[in-house]
Write a protein that binds this ligand. Structure first.
Ligand code: FES
Length: 177
């Protein structure tokens, strides 16, 4: 439950607005950050906190592309393939990225659950195409080599995050006296 883990953060969100329902977008981001995506349960939870009907939470989540109502990978790669970017090679870039990750031509999520690749409309960085958001951080002036280097780095990061902290192991050396 969000309230168990983020009571202070939720309180601060509500303090910014004249009523609880106005905090719904912030809370949807918080729920997405916590659960990875906005499931029916997550939408209901946020709606309950804001005192609105779950259909209102659902309609907001469905309208904005920065919310996802589908499970997605740990790294959400959104590539703009809108016309100005397409003129600068974004389609070829997108296809190459999908091929490298073993995905079909429409993108999707890798089998290891690490990467979700999607086409999106203008990211307002048309002069820096090809451009891609990775979990909402911009990567601009991309080519396939740069994107592959990023993906390799993110794979290493994911492995390191998943590894146990050596200081928490009972016997880091693994030996016996
Ligand atoms: S058209 Fe791609 S960022 Fe604007």
């Amino acid at each position: 439950m969000l309230t168990d883990k983020y009571a202070d953060r939720i309180e601060k969100i509500f303090a910014k607005y004249p009523d609880k329902r106005s905090g719904i977008m912030d809370l949807l981001y918080l729920a997405q950050e916590e659960y990875g995506w906005l499931s029916e349960d997550a939408l209901r939870e946020v709606a309950g906190l804001c005192g609105v009907d779950p259909t209102q939470a659902h309609s907001i989540a469905g309208f904005y592309t920065m919310y996802s109502e589908k499970p997605k990978g740990k790294y959400w790669l959104q590539v703009c393939t809108d016309l100005p970017c397409a003129l600068r090679g974004a389609d070829t870039f997108f296809t190459g990225l999908c091929e490298y990750l073993g995905l079909g031509e429409d993108g999707g999520t890798t089998q290891d659950g690490l990467f979700t690749v999607e086409r999106v409309m203008c990211l307002a960085a048309c002069d820096k195409a090809p451009v891609m958001q990775c979990n909402f951080f911009y990567h601009e002036h991309l080519d396939l080599d740069k994107a592959i280097a990023l993906i390799k780095k993110l794979r290493v990061d994911a492995v390191q995050e998943a590894a146990p902290d050596p200081s928490e192991l009972d016997d880091p050396a693994g030996g016996t006296e």
